[in-house]
Design a binder for this molecule. Structure first.
Ligand SMILES: *Cc1c(COP(=O)(O)O)cnc(C)c1O
Length: 227
C-alpha cells in the first residue's frame, strides 16, 4: 500500500547506508517503480529519491509526462526489453537504457538520435547465467558488442547490466555477479575505460554490492509487492 512507502523507503535507506559504509563504497539506487502509480514515485521523491526505473516503454512515457507536468525532476532509467516501434518513448527521456543486447538495437537508437539530435547513454545487458528466460548476450560476445556499439556516434556504452534468476538464497547470485565484475574488468583493461555495473535487486543487492555493483535496481523492497 502507498501508506507503507515512506516506512519501507526509510528503512531500506538505513539498511543500504549501513551496508555501503561497511564495504566502504556507494552505489546508485534506482527505485524500480514499474506498475506503481505516480503517487508512489512522488512519495519516494519527496523523501529525496531521484532515480527511478521503468520496464514498459509507454508507462515510462506517460509517467515522465505526468511528472514533468507536476514539476518533478526525475532521472528515468529504462530497464525493460527494447522494441523497435517504442524506441521513441524512451530515447532522450531515459538518462540510461540498461538493456541493449544487440548491435541492431544500438543502431536503431543511434539512428533515432541522429534524426532528433540526441545522445543516449546505455548499458549492455549480459545473460551471465545463460538463462534462456532472460535477455542479454552471452559473456563471450560482450567484448565484440562493446567495440561495435562504441563505434556508434550518438550512443555511449557506460557499462554492463545483468538480471540473474530469482532464488530464495541470495548467495546463489554471487558467482554470477563475480563473473560480471571479471568481464567488466577485462573490457576496462582492454579499452582503458571505466564501466558501471548495474546488478542487484531487492533480494540480493547486498551480494551484488559485495561483488562490485555500482547501480542497484530495487523495486518491491521500496514500493511493496507488485500485483
Ligand atoms: C522489476 C525489476 C527489478 C526490481 O525487482 P525487485 O525484486 O522488485 O527489487 C530490477 N531489475 C529489473 C530489470 C526488473 O525488471
Amino acid at each position: 500500500m502507498i501508506t507503507d512507502v515512506e516506512q519501507r523507503y526509510r528503512s531500506f535507506l538505513v539498511e543500504f547506508e549501513e551496508y555501503s559504509k561497511a564495504i566502504g563504497r556507494r552505489a546508485l539506487l534506482v527505485a524500480v517503480s514499474k506498475t506503481k502509480s505516480l503517487e508512489y514515485i512522488q512519495k519516494a521523491y519527496s523523501l529525496g529519491q531521484r532515480d527511478f526505473g521503468e520496464n514498459y516503454a509507454q508507462e515510462l512515457r506517460d509517467k515522465a509526462k505526468e511528472a514533468s507536468a507536476g514539476n518533478i525532476e526525475i532521472s528515468w532509467h529504462y530497464i525493460g526489453q527494447i522494441q523497435e516501434n517504442k524506441i521513441k518513448y524512451i530515447v532522450g527521456k531515459a538518462i540510461l537504457i540498461h538493456t541493449i543486447d544487440s548491435i541492431k538495437k544500438a543502431q536503431m537508437i543511434n539512428a533515432y538520435c541522429s534524426k532528433k539530435n540526441l545522445y543516449q547513454d546505455i548499458l549492455l545487458q549480459i545473460n551471465i547465467s545463460d538463462d534462456s528466460s532472460k535477455g542479454g548476450i552471452g559473456q563471450e560476445e560482450a567484448a565484440l558488442l562493446f567495440e561495435e556499439v562504441s563505434n556508434l556516434e550518438r550512443v555511449k556504452v557506460c557499462g554492463l547490466m545483468t538480471i540473474v534468476k530469482y532464488s530464495e538464497d541470495p548467495e546463489d547470485s554471487r558467482s554470477h555477479y563475480r563473473n560480471m565484475k571479471n568481464l567488466a574488468s577485462k573490457i576496462e583493461n582492454e579499452h582503458g575505460v571505466k564501466l558501471e555495473l548495474s546488478m542487484g535487486m531487492s533480494g540480493d543487492y547486498k551480494v551484488a554490492l559485495d561483488e562490485g555493483s555500482t547501480i542497484i535496481r530495487v523495486g518491491s523492497k521500496i514500493f511493496g509487492e507488485r500485483a
